[in-house]
Design a protein around this ligand. Structure first.
Ligand code: GLP
Length: 242
């Protein structure tokens, strides 16, 4: 595990973006595992800037996103498809057909999970998996539980996650109660994992990831077993770590 200490959110975003940038320079047809949420927004902003400056080429890149809300269509402003389109895909030269997310509107969700695993199998292993960290230690939407779930599955969201994510929704708008998420296996099979963490509210979860023990009650703690984990975190997030 490598820990890269950043001063603040901006510095964390720059450092994490430079790792993705390097990955794309090293392998033009990289398969990137991507995440959503507030933490990674700054990273995407920098990647878009680098693209505008002619430094980055997404034309051969393929992407696999971690998760999607059940019940939200891709045009819904809070869907993760919409988030990815607006914050990255529509701003760079990636081919839309090379961008994959689970379909939250699928009629047969079990089938959708199987199909997504098959897509991951065909494209994988992921070269670089970008992850954020939930306040309760979740990765993707792998929520605290009594076991780790290997494959793509539908997950009922915890109250803390629903509350945390409600900030992105309009007042009175209902936050979806469940999501389809990639399981732990493809994350652990990724050639490298880049965990981006910012802010004091993540400090406890980050300490649990960095110091263990590995337990499904803190899903991110499994990352301690990954052979090529890169953590980029700012000082606030690292406040409980020696
Ligand atoms: C969301 C996403 C995760 C993300 C996490 C942290 O629920 N499913 O992939 O890492 O929460 O989000 P944020 O960066 O907004 O704190």
């Amino acid at each position: 595990m490598r820990i890269i200490r950043a001063k603040d959110y901006k510095d964390m975003s720059e450092k994490a973006a430079s790792i993705i940038w390097a990955q794309m320079l090293l392998k033009k047809n990289s398969v990137l595992g991507l995440a959503t949420g507030g933490t990674v927004l700054g990273i995407y902003e920098i990647l878009c800037e680098k693209y505008m400056e002619g430094e980055l080429d997404f034309s051969s890149v393929k992407t696999l996103n971690l998760d999607e809300y059940v019940g939200l269509e891709g045009r819904h402003p809070q869907s993760y498809r919409y988030y990815m389109d607006k914050n990255l895909f529509e701003k760079v030269n990636i081919l839309k057909n090379n961008t994959f997310l689970p379909n939250g509107l699928a009629e047969d969700l079990k089938r959708e999970c199987k199909d997504y695993d098959e897509t991951i199998r065909q494209l994988g292993p992921i070269d670089l998996q970008l992850l954020g960290l939930g306040r309760n230690g979740h990765i993707g939407f792998n929520e605290p539980d009594d076991h780790f779930e290997d494959n793509t599955h539908v997950r009922r969201l915890n109250e803390t996650t629903i509350k945390d994510n409600s900030r992105f929704f309009e007042m009175g708008e209902e936050v979806p109660k469940s999501a389809i998420t990639m399981g732990i296996k493809p994350i652990m099979e990724a050639k490298a994992v880049l965990l981006a963490v910012s802010g004091a509210e993540k400090a406890k979860a980050l300490k649990a990831v960095l110091e263990g023990p590995v337990t499904p009650s803190v899903p991110g703690s499994i990352l301690g077993k990954h052979e090529n984990l890169i953590v980029v975190a700012d000082l606030d997030a690292l406040m409980h770590v020696e």
